[in-house]
Ligand binder design. Structure first.
Ligand code: AMP
Length: 183
């Protein structure tokens, strides 16, 4: 297999934009076309893993569900463990959780606190950052469990929605492989 990596511009061209999903006015940035390409997932993960290695993470946390795809692969590539940040009621052990606001209503994320050593350097990985609500809640939850969370990595940033700036205000370094204008 060729080891020539796709550039981030080439990776961006593999993301499918679906207008008005899941509701009118939303431009849904669909990564299924990126990950089904023979090099799309591998090369996205390669770029993300190099950034995570620079940050020195010893554990990768990924948010359900698309953060599992990229986060688990980044963890494998780095030779570190993976922590799933789950929707409520999925983990079979005593969890700690956080409730956070969505545009309409609230949601909740849970982790197994035993999966984190005190002071462990954890990087969070998700497919996309929009308002930053999910990533901020994840950061707060991991910090509550004793993690040192300094880095957040995304395949896609929607900078106009301000999430990356919010994360930076919370003390994280934020990187994304690509950005799309608009919401
Ligand atoms: P947020 O909490 O606003 O940063 O939203 C981030 C989460 O919602 C991510 O897990 C994304 O998978 C999903 N998401 C938000 N907006 C979009 C969008 N325009 N296209 C695809 N996924 C999105």
């Amino acid at each position: 297999m060729s080891t020539k990596r796709l550039s981030t511009d080439a990776l961006k061209a593999l993301v499918r934009t679906v207008p008005d999903f899941p509701q009118p006015g939303i431009q849904f940035r669909d990564i299924t076309t990126l990950i089904s390409h023979p090099r799309g997932l591998a090369d996205s993960v390669h770029h993300l893993a190099r950034q995570a290695e620079e940050g020195g993470a010893t554990l990768i946390a990924g948010m359900e569900a698309r953060g599992f795809i990229f986060g688990a692969a980044v963890a494998i590539s780095m030779g570190v463990g993976f922590l799933p940040v789950r929707k409520p009621g999925k983990l079979p052990v005593a969890t700690i959780g956080i409730d956070y606001d969505l545009e309409y209503g609230t949601d909740r994320l849970e982790i197994d606190p035993e999966a984190i050593r005190p002071g462990q350097k954890v990087a969070i990985v998700d497919d996309l950052i929009a308002t930053g609500g999910t990533a901020l809640a994840t950061t707060e939850l991991l910090r509550k469990a004793g993690a040192d969370v300094e880095q957040a990595l995304f395949v896609i940033d929607l900078p106009d929605l301000g999430g990356a700036d919010r994360l930076r205000e919370a003390g994280l370094s934020v990187d994304a492989l690509m950005a799309f204008e608009g919401g």
